[in-house]
Write a new protein. Structure first.
Length: 234
């Protein structure tokens, strides 16, 4: 399970790739623009050409000019850049879509107007929390997400992934929790009514050993443990 790249690392690698390519191209285009401003500065005064003639001229150039020389190179470069970005993104998207291990820890999530309910399966019994979820650190989690009323979207900025919560449909989303205990907030990412902005849930990431010790002690002990943890953050 340790060789699994967390969803937030995948996101950052894509972010850096797109930002770098974007900045390089923006820099090149800006320099080229400044160069052409001076290089092809017109000697004629604006009064020489009427607006109507100028418009016709530009349209004619766009229609009649066949790509050649520098234009071809630019088109080829654009093609290469776009193709590379598409290929990289498909690769990463498939990775994010696919749950990387069957050992992922399952948590059921139900959205409602306006909050989140979480369910754990402990020894065949269901342990429920509302408004918060306690998760083990450094663990692959599989969220099984649905809704009991309207469309919502479950996610947290720290995970860098989100998934639709739709009544009657069980969507899944995987993520890997941070290596150290931490607390952050999950949000609803789809406008779902007047209370949408307040539709949050506290995500409490705790020590992995401590979590599984409580989890393996059975439903009663586990429920007491997560309630005790949550009480610290009220
Ligand atoms: Cu919502």
């Amino acid at each position: 399970m340790n060789d699994i790249i967390p969803t937030y690392d995948v996101w950052w690698s894509l972010f850096k790739l797109f930002t770098t390519v974007g900045l390089v191209i923006a820099g090149g285009v800006t320099l080229f623009y400044i160069y052409t401003l001076f290089r092809y500065k017109s000697d004629t005064t604006p009064e020489d050409v009427s607006l109507r003639e100028a418009a016709t001229g530009i349209r004619r150039i766009l229609i009649e000019t066949k790509p050649r020389g520098v234009t071809r190179v630019i088109l080829l470069l654009t093609g290469v850049v776009v193709f590379t970005l598409i290929v990289t993104t498909i690769d990463e998207t498939i990775y994010l879509e696919y749950t990387p291990t069957e050992d992922a820890f399952p948590v059921w999530v139900t959205g409602f107007q306006f909050g989140w309910e979480f369910e754990y399966e402990v020894d065949g019994e269901t342990v429920k929390t509302v408004g918060y979820v306690v998760l083990p650190a450094d663990t692959v989690i599989e969220f099984k997400v649905t809704s009991r009323d309207v469309f919502h979207t479950f996610g947290a900025a720290e995970f860098k992934v989100k998934v639709d919560a739709i009544p009657g449909i069980l969507n899944t989303m995987w993520t890997k929790t941070p290596p150290e205990p931490s607390v952050f907030t999950a949000y609803c990412y789809e406008l779902c009514g007047v209370g949408h902005s307040f539709m949050t849930a506290k995500v409490i990431v705790v020590d992995k050993d401590e979590f599984f010790q409580a989890y393996n002690a059975g439903p009663e002990k586990f429920k007491a443990y997560i309630e005790e943890v949550a009480a610290k953050y009220r």
